[in-house]
Structure formats: C-alpha cells, structure tokens
Design a protein around this ligand. Structure first.
Ligand code: HEC
Length: 149
C-alpha cells in the first residue's frame, strides 16, 4: 500500500525547472559585484536564489521534491540573482535596491541563510566569519555609493 502511494505521487506535483535567463540580467553582469562575492553567492545561495539550481537526485523524488520545490520557488521570488542586473539607469549602470542590499547583509550576518536543512546536505555552503564580513562590507559600500533620491 505505502509503496503504491509512493509510486503514484511521483507523477503529481512540480517538476524541476530552470527558467531561461538573459545573461545581461545575471549578477555576473554587474561590475559592482566583485568576483569573490559572486563565487560566494554561487556556492551558498544560488541553488535557491537563481535560475541555475543544481537539481540533485532527491529533488526528483516526491514528497521530498515538493519540499525542495517550495523553497526554490519562494527563494527565487524573494531574491533572484539571475535577475539582479535587470534594472539599469539611463547610463546603463545596474540599480541596486536598498532593501536587497540590507536584506542580504542581514540574513548572512545573522546566519538565517542558507538555512540548516540545506547546509546539512551542502556543508560547503556554510559561510565563514570572514566571508560574512566581506558580504556586509560590500553591501555597505554599494549602499553608500547609491544616488540619494
Ligand atoms: C535551500 C534554499 C535556500 C538557500 C540555499 C538560500 N536561501 Fe534565501 N531564502 C530561501 C527561502 C525559501 C526564502 C523565503 C522564506 C523565508 O524568508 O524564510 C528565502 C529568503 C531569503 C531572503 C529574504 C529574507 C526576508 O527576510 O524576506 C534573502 C535576502 C535571502 N533569502 C538571501 C539568501 C542568501 C544571501 C543566501 C546565501 C548566503 C540564501 N538566501 C540561501 C531559500 C534559500
């Protein structure tokens, strides 16, 4: 009975999907994001906050897949590094949202992101104290450079 249920649920629910992205919208297209910060975001955040999720085998197996899907959908909605560079000013420079910058430093320094059920399976995603500081130094710098309006 349980086996039958487990087989049946494999056919319902969302399928892993990475939407197509414009390269010029990616965080990598923003010269204000240094390569070491991009690497760190790729390592720690982009499975859930970009269109380049590395889908592991268990993300295809229901009901775990539903749980993971929900995280990725919510994560992309809150902050999507594949859309980071989509807002530009008249001169073509990426416009940074103050909320995004503040939230980024906030979640990283408090350790709320990446969350624990993820780092258990992806220990490499854990950020060191130095890396957390590097993120906040960088967001502080961008905040101070932002045109006041
Ligand atoms: C396993 C998936 C996953 C990973 C990895 C992950 N996040 Fe998230 N993130 C989420 C989900 C789901 C939400 C929305 C639910 C929530 O706010 O708790 C979220 C919310 C956020 C928010 C909005 C917070 C708020 O208060 O509204 C920010 C900012 C964020 N993440 C940044 C990051 C950063 C930066 C990293 C890497 C250091 C990261 N996340 C890693 C899944 C993830």
């Amino acid at each position: 009975m349980l086996a039958a249920i487990l087989v049946t649920i494999q056919f319902v629910g969302p399928k892993p999907l990475n939407p197509v992205t414009q390269p010029r919208y990616e965080v990598q297209a923003d010269p204000d994001v240094p390569p070491e910060i991009t690497k760190l975001l790729e390592r720690s955040c982009m499975d859930c906050h970009s269109n380049h999720t590395q889908w592991r085998w268990y993300s295809y197996v229901a009901p775990v897949s539903w749980y993971i899907h929900n995280h990725i959908e919510q994560g992309r909605k809150k902050m999507n590094f594949s859309e980071w560079s989509s807002r530009r000013d008249g001169a073509g420079r990426v416009v940074h949202s103050i909320n995004d910058l503040e939230d980024l430093c906030d979640v990283v320094s408090k350790g709320t992101m990446p969350f624990r059920s993820y780092t258990l399976l992806h220990p490499n995603a854990v950020l060191s104290a130095d890396e957390k500081k590097a993120v906040c130094d960088w967001t502080d710098k961008l905040e101070s450079e932002r045109p006041k309006n």
